[in-house]
Design a protein around this ligand. Structure first.
Ligand SMILES: Cc1ncc(COP(=O)(O)O)c(C=O)c1O
Length: 434
């Protein structure tokens, strides 16, 4: 409950024990939009953007990572602030264009891009493709020649061991992401030998959910070192140097939020170090955060549908579960299952009197949203909220499992609650061809 109250005091409000989001009570929001529901607070998105923007020097462009939350209203929200988008699939490209993003402001990273995806983005004039293998570079070469376009290509590098960090390491070890630092020059030479390709720069991304500013700085230093080597080889600065995403948010009791003041200071030191260095003259630095920008703005809201006691243990059975929020159930790659911040949103000023399991309606023991969590005495109809649910929640969940309708999403801004994705219907399930 403590971490919940910290979040509520920081980003939301409560009135008479009821959560308010953007000035609207959770009772009113769920009365008009039902449950299960994802609610995002536009004001929190703004705050996170402003803090991130003021932490990074102006030399850094920000490309929001669509995979964290691909809702078009969210993309539009950030696009209006002047960012670009980082995508990892043809579907995300489609979402980006649908949100009004010019194709030249889109970067496409991710392993296993298909020929159809490459053709789609090249035909529409994508900003940059971040190649993840030698074969991919050859494919981009063939497709761009066929289309008669010049493809802008950066190389994603899987750096050597010293740049590791974060809860989910994606580099510094054998990985399907990027080309190994050891083979970078061979890959670069291949790229330079294909006339329909223009080499843009280097992309480095080694892990997500990083809460220590010095881990990020170490990775950025490593990125600079690799880019410097490449620039020295080419005898000219790279156009772009993409440092990836990875900025974390606190989920669990033992986690502290990323110290942005410290990060700002250290970025200042880093920039001072490379000031005047010819190998970076005119280089556009990029970061592509997802979780940091959206994670804290979202709350997943369910309603208690049944309460039962089994062999002394009390279960609150709510109307949504791991099918909508796999991460909260601890099944999205977590080795230790810990509770996201959770609360009964209409009983915020009541004391936690009992320890319960909050479970979803799926017929599997994996469907647990919170384990042994102290909560006020619950009744059927109460609203249970899972905080820190704006990123990798709905989008990273097995929405089809058990064929429940998919949850709706709303965005609250300036007292207005806007439906930004409708709830699924049973008809949506009937695309099968019997
Ligand atoms: C290539 C790439 N860029 C950016 C991100 C966003 O990471 P985060 O949400 O941790 O900022 C990811 C996440 O996996 C990624 O794979």
């Amino acid at each position: 409950m403590d971490s919940v109250m910290t979040l509520i005091n920081k980003y939301f409000r409560s009135s008479n024990g009821e959560l308010q989001i953007g000035g609207v009570s959770i009772g009113a929001i769920t009365a008009s939009h039902g449950t299960p529901l994802f609610v995002y607070d536009g004001h929190v998105l703004d705050r996170k953007w402003e803090l991130l923007r003021s932490t990074f020097p102006p030399e850094f462009a920000i490309s929001y990572s669509v995979k964290a939350n691909p809702n078009r209203a969210i993309l539009k929200h950030f696009l209006a602030k002047g960012c670009g988008l980082e995508i990892a699939s043809g579907g995300e490209f489609y979402q980006a264009l649908g949100a009004g993003c010019p194709p030249e402001k889109v970067l496409f990273a991710g392993p296993g891009k298909t020929e159809a995806e490459l053709e789609l983005v090249l035909a529409r004039g994508i900003g940059e493709i971040h190649a993840e293998s030698l074969l991919e570079i050859e494919r981009i070469g063939v497709i761009s020649r066929r289309l008669g376009v010049q493809a802008k290509v950066a190389i994603r590098v899987n750096p050597g061991g010293e740049a590791q960090g974060g809860a989910m390491r994606m580099g510094g070890k054998p990985a399907p992401f990027g080309v190994d630092e050891e083979s970078l020059l061979v890959v670069l030479e291949k790229l330079l030998s294909i006339p329909s390709l223009e080499f843009r720069g280097i992309h480095l991304f080694t892990g997500t959910q990083i809460l220590d500013p010095m881990t990020l700085i170490r990775q950025y230093r490593k990125g600079l070192e690799i880019a410097r080597r490449v620039a020295g080889y080419l005898k000219q600065p790279p156009h772009t140097l993409d440092f990836g995403g990875g900025l974390g948010i606190p989920y669990f009791a033992n986690e502290r939020e990323l110290d942005m003041e410290k990060l700002r200071e250290e970025l200042g030191v880093l920039m001072a170090e490379i000031k005047g260095e010819e190998l970076f003259t005119g280089t556009q630095f990029i970061i592509e955060p997802g979780r940091y920008l959206v994670g804290e703005a979202g709350i997943y809201i369910t309603r208690v549908n049944d309460i039962k006691v089994s062999r002394g243990k009390k279960f609150l059975i709510v109307d949504g579960g791991m099918n909508h929020h796999l991460a909260a159930s601890g099944n999205l790659g977590q080795t230790i299952k810990r509770n996201f911040p959770v609360a009964i949103l209409n009983k915020l000023n009541e004391k936690a009197l009992e320890t319960v399991e909050v479970v979803g309606p799926l017929c599997t023991p994996l469907d647990i949203l919170a384990r042994e969590v102290p909560l006020p005495s619950a009744e059927v109809g109460d609203l249970v909220g899972i905080f820190q649910s704006g990123a990798y929640a709905r989008t990273a969940s097995p929405l089809g499992f058990l064929s429940h309708p998919t949850p709706a999403e709303v965005l609250v801004q300036n007292g207005e609650v806007r439906l930004i994705r409708r709830r699924g219907t049973y008809e949506d399930l009937s695309h099968d061809i019997p």
